[in-house]
Design a protein around this ligand. Structure first.
Ligand code: GEK
Length: 272
């Protein structure tokens, strides 16, 4: 990753996930200015342009992102069992994988980091070449619906399920459940919607205010919202819980929430 933050002149400097969370070399992320100028409406894609600024984009777009990554590491340290696999599905630049590698105290496990964006995986591969945990992290450029999942003690879907077509979500969660060791956990972070229309609107407005504080303009916020409209489909917490239960998870609940962003934990029971 290049150090190109020289042009980051925003007044409200956001909290950027630092090397203490990732174990990566001390570099500053490039600033996300993708929607800074008026442009024709187009669906959002995870291409080179996005991958180049992704660290800055996600830190300034997901309230609590740094906290969530750090807690994924903490949870993994508790649940990652010897000889097991940790899956980071929709890994992007590997934020969750690196947090796991940083926090898990034993060394007898493999992280499988999967993303179907070649732009993301090639940058993750490049960043990993000098990383101390390189041998423990296997990267795969593929659709998460098509990879083999086995012997998993921890599975992470950190803001990825929301990009999977709704009709494919149940089958994916069932495959994840079936590929997990009894006693394993799934960490599912999502942008959510609320059944009460007024509350939903309020929390979306609060979220947009958060983005403004992070330095995004009204134009950037509204163009990004349109670009994501057909691509990121949020569901309610109740819908997520019902699907997790139907997939076989013995219990699940939220462990983090800020406005319309949440992270849930689901357990594969000993007997399920
Ligand atoms: C993080 N988890 O930093 N198969 C594989 N990857 C996919 C698929 C799919 N079918 N659909 C989308 N993706 C990360 C952040 S970002 C969330 C995850 C966001 C990938 C997509 O290419 C992108 O890299 C990621 O899921 C979603 O902890 O940008 O809001």
């Amino acid at each position: 990753m290049k150090n190109e933050l020289a042009h980051n002149t925003q007044i409200n400097s956001p909290t950027i996930l630092g090397p203490q969370h990732t174990g990566l070399a001390m570099t500053s992320p490039r600033q996300d200015r993708i929607y800074a100028h008026a442009q024709p409406a187009q669906d959002f894609v995870f291409d080179d342009k996005v991958a180049d600024v992704f660290t800055d984009m996600i830190n300034r777009s997901v309230p609590g992102y740094a906290t969530i990554l750090s807690m994924i590491g903490t949870l993994a340290d508790r649940y990652c069992t010897p000889g097991s696999n940790v899956y980071d599905l929709g890994c992007s630049l590997g934020g969750a994988s690196l947090a796991v590698a940083h926090h898990v105290s034993h060394k007898d496990y493999t992280i499988v980091a999967v993303d179907n964006s070649p732009a993301m995986i090639s940058r993750l591969d490049a960043a990993l070449t000098t990383h101390a945990d390189r041998e423990r992290i296997q990267t795969i450029c593929a659709d998460i619906g098509e990879i083999d999942i086995h012997d998993a003690s921890v599975v992470v879907l950190n803001f990825t399920l929301q990009f999977i077509p709704v009709a494919r979500r149940s089958a994916l969660l069932k495959r994840i459940h079936d590929g997990m060791r009894p006693g394993g956990i799934l960490i599912l972070s999502e942008k959510i919607r609320f059944p009460d229309a007024a509350l939903n609107e309020l929390l979306i407005e609060m979220y947009h205010q958060f983005k403004q504080v992070q330095g995004y303009s009204q134009l950037e916020i509204s163009q990004k919202r349109s670009a994501l409209e057909n691509v990121l489909i949020p569901e309610s917490i109740a819908e997520h819980k019902a699907r997790l239960q139907a997939a076989g998870f013995s219990s699940c609940d939220t462990w983090f929430q800020c406005f319309n962003f949440t992270s849930m934990i689901a357990f594969r029971g000993a007997d399920s």
